[in-house]
Design a protein around this ligand. Sequence first.
Ligand SMILES: Cc1cc2nc3c(=O)[nH]c(=O)nc-3n(C[C@H](O)[C@H](O)[C@H](O)COP(=O)(O)OP(=O)(O)OC[C@H]3O[C@@H](n4cnc5c(N)ncnc54)[C@H](O)[C@@H]3O)c2cc1C
Length: 390
Amino acid sequence: MTDNPAHEEFDVIVVGGGPAGLSAALYCTRLGNQTALINRGGGRAAMMQDVHNVIGITEDTAGTELLSTGIEQLREYGCTVYKDVISSCSTETPVSTSAPELESESKSESAPTETRSESDSEDETNTTTDTDTAKPNTPDNTTTPPQISLSGTETTYTAEYVVLATGFTDVRPDPPLPRTGRGLHYCLHCDAYMFIDEPVYVMGTSESAAHVAAIMLNFTDTVDLLTRGDPPTWSDDTDTVLKTHPIDIIHEEISGVQNDADGWLTALEFEDGTTREYTGGFAMYGADYNNGLANELGCELNDDGTVAVDNHGQTSVENVYAVGDLTPGHNQIPIALADGAKAGISIHWQRRPFPRDLDLLDELGPVRAEEVPGLPDELLERAIEFHTYD
Ligand SMILES: Cc1cc2nc3c(=O)[nH]c(=O)nc-3n(C[C@H](O)[C@H](O)[C@H](O)COP(=O)(O)OP(=O)(O)OC[C@H]3O[C@@H](n4cnc5c(N)ncnc54)[C@H](O)[C@@H]3O)c2cc1C
C-alpha cells in the first residue's frame, strides 16, 4: 500500500474498495482523471467464499481474490490506492446541495432480500447525453472547482469529485450460528441455486424473512422459518401466506450447530432437544447502511438508509456520487460494477476538457494543438506504456 503523507489532492476520490468502488475508480482512471481509491478493507464482497452470477468469474474464485485482482488492475492504470478509513468529510467551497433532480426510489424491503421496487425495472439508459446532466464545464467552475475534503486516519484528502461506495453491513443474528458461506447466507439471488432440492432454513421475524421463506419454495420443498423465540413482526396478510404454503415455523431458540468435516452445516439443534437437518439458509435481520459520510455531506437519504441517486449515481449534492449496495437496487456484484461504471462515465462527461463549450470558447478562444490531448501527464505516460499493440 502507498505510504500515507499528510495531505493528498486528486480529481476524483472513491471511498470504498468493493466491486462498486473498484469499478468507479477503474472508469475514472482510464478516462483520464487523477483518481484515488481509499478503502478500509472488509465489506460484503470480502465475505464471499465463492463468487456467483458474475460472467467470466468462475465459482472457485473467492471474493478476496476478485478484490485483490481489481486493486492490481487499478494500480497498473495509475490509480493511487490507500488503505485508510475515512472518518469525516466536508465541502470546502460552496457546493450546491440543490442542483441535481433525483429520480431515486427506495428499496421495497430491507436489503438482504436482494429485491428492488418495481420502479427499478424501468428502462435506464446507460448513455449520458448532453441533456441529462448539467455540464459544469463553464468559466465559473473551471476556475474554482468545488473541493471535497476527506479525513483519514493520518491523512487528509481533497478532490473535486467524490464517489461513495461504502456499502452496508448485514445485521448478524446472535450465535450459535453456522459459518458464513458454509450454511449461513445473506444473499438469495447468489445462493438459492446451491440449495435446490436441499433442506433450508430462513432465520428472522420480519416481512423480509417471511417473504424469503416463501420464495425459497421455488427452489426446494423443505423450508423452515426460524424465529428463535422472538415475536414475528410480519403482517396478517403475510401470516396468511405463510399458513397457506408448506413452511414450518419453528419458534424454539437454537442451541447448537452440527457441521460436516469441511465445516458445512448439516443440522441445527434446538432448546427443546430436537435436531433438524439443513444444508444451509438465510439470515434476514436487515442492513446497517454505511451512510455516515453521505449524511455529513448533506446527501439526501431514503427512508431505508440508502443514499438517493439518479441514474448515473449522482446524489443530491453536486460532485458527490454514490454507487453499489449503498444505493437502492439489487445488491449484486454485476449491479455494483455497473453502478461504478455509470458514475465514472458521468464524471468523465462533466470533467473532460474537450470539446470546449461555446461559453469557454468565447472566454479562452479556440483549442490550440499544444493543449491536447486532455490527459494529465502521468496518466498519459501510463497509457502509452500500456499500449498492447507495440
Ligand atoms: C456472504 C455474501 C455472499 C455474496 N455472494 C455474492 C455472489 O456470489 N454474487 C453476487 O453478485 N453478489 C454477492 N453478494 C453481494 C455482493 O457482495 C455485494 O452486492 C457487493 O459486494 C456490493 O459491492 P459494494 O462495493 O457496493 O460494497 P462492499 O463490497 O460491501 O464494499 C464496500 C467497501 O467500502 C469500505 N468502506 C466502508 N466505509 C468506509 C470508510 N469510511 N472508509 C474507507 N472504506 C470504507 C468497506 O470496507 C468495503 O471494502 C454477497 C454478499 C454477501 C454478504
